[in-house]
Ligand binder design. Structure first.
Ligand code: TXA
Ligand code: MG
Length: 367
């Protein structure tokens, strides 16, 4: 067990106060230690990308296979020169428009960058986050920072300081606890090594937005379909591993509001016939309230189910923001089953459905 320094940042600090709070964490990073920190997507677990030993300690802390490459985080575009050997003109346009922000680009890497960071590939993933704490921490450490999501391997990505402490306390040198991550889903991963950009992992920056900027964008075939294709050599090796998964058995339902209400109600009752079960229901607020009302009509079901809403159906951003945190909460509440509402695969809905499919291992029912 390591002694983990906890640094709390509440967001109301002046720049000067923030700098002061980040002195120790940035020194830890500069010296090759591990620091978990907030970003606008999910919390990251950082260490110097230039030290093999530091990178190894990330894999150790996460319990992650070392063929799964990491994203390198930078605080200014000049740092790219250290890392990548080629930037295509269209990639420059995308970087100018979308960085800092929730998108990671895959470039050809410089030969001197350790293949440990890149899981043995000849490409490298780079992101400039838009979070003030993350940017300042990277800048002060004076190093590019390799950082996967700060969860134990296989668990949902952490979007709150609490979730990071649960997974990483005693395993890393420092945890910076900030506000909850605004986006709530990991960054879009976009391969920009080819003639046309290709999305390897959907996120907040949508395909539509990339097409708008550079005229074309493909989607890796491995991420379409309900059962995410894990066979063969996935282009984004992270997609091979069980990811984002709660302990509970999860199922996803897609349909109109009235169909969702009826199906989730019936399914919950079916599952609860077995006295050892407890159901977690995750759906839009309007629907959850109706389902709760129907279930409350049965006294014997008292305490056998929990519902957590994902905001109003009008705002997909709320669903993205609360998704991972809700999965963790259901596990903490001892739910054996999770029934989640799916969404239309448009815009941000593509990323939401991608994570729901992964978490449920492809158990999606279209009503
Ligand atoms: O939002 C995010 O991206 C967060 C925050 C902390 O920045 N990070 C994150 O890292 O989600 P991680 O390690 O959990 O996911 C990185 C993804 C994996 O799916 C990995 O396979 C892919 O990026 N990746 C990394 N390097 C790659 C490469 N050279 N080629 C293809 N995919 C790569
Ligand atoms: Mg991850």
């Amino acid at each position: 067990m390591k002694e983990t320094l906890i640094v709390t940042i509440n967001g109301s600090e002046t720049n000067e106060e923030l700098n002061k709070l980040l002195i120790k964490p940035s020194e830890i990073l500069a010296a090759g230690g591990t620091v978990a920190f907030p970003t606008e997507t999910v919390y990251g677990l950082g260490a110097s990308a230039l030290s093999e030993e530091a990178v190894n300690s990330i894999y150790m802390a996460k319990g992650r296979p070392s063929d799964n490459p990491l994203i390198v985080h930078i605080a200014n575009v000049e740092s790219l020169n250290l890392l990548v050997s080629e930037v295509k003109p269209y990639a420059k346009l995308l970087m100018a428009a979308l960085w800092p922000g929730p998108i990671t680009f895959i470039f050809s890497k410089k030969p001197e960058i350790s293949s440990k960071v890149c899981g043995g590939l000849d490409t490298i993933a780079v992101r400039m986050p838009a979070h003030k704490v993350a940017l300042e921490l990277i800048r002060m450490s004076k190093k590019p920072i390799a950082a996967p999501s700060a969860n134990l391997s296989g668990k949902p990505s952490p979007t709150s300081g609490r979730a990071v402490i649960d997974d990483m306390s005693g395993r890393v040198d420092c945890i910076i606890v900030g506000e909850n991550s605004e986006v709530g889903l990991e960054s879009t991963v976009l391969d920009v090594t080819g003639d046309i950009p290709m999305i390897l992992r959907p996120g907040k920056v949508t395909r539509e937005r990339i097409v708008e900027l550079v005229g074309a964008c493909e989607m890796d075939v491995a991420i379409s379909g309900d059962k995410i294709d894990d066979s063969g050599v996935a282009k984004s090796p992270g997609m091979k591993y069980k990811h984002y998964a709660p302990e509970a058995d999860m199922e996803v339902f897609v349909g109109s509001s009235s169909d969702i209400v009826r199906s989730l109600y019936e399914k919950t009752r079916n599952i609860l016939d077995d006295p050892k079960t407890k159901v977690g229901i995750m759906t839009f607020l309007e629907e959850a309230m109706v389902i709760d009302n129907m279930l409350r009509g049965h006294d014997c079901l008292n305490g056998r189910y929990e519902w957590i809403d994902v905001g109003s159906s009008k705002e997909q951003t709320d669903y993205a923001g609360k998704l991972f945190e809700n999965l963790r909460t259901f596990d903490a509440l001892g739910c054996t089953h999770i029934l989640a509402r799916g969404v239309d695969e448009k815009g941000l809905g593509v990323a939401i459905m991608n994570r729901l499919k992964k978490a449920s291992d492809g158990k999606v029912t279209r009503i």
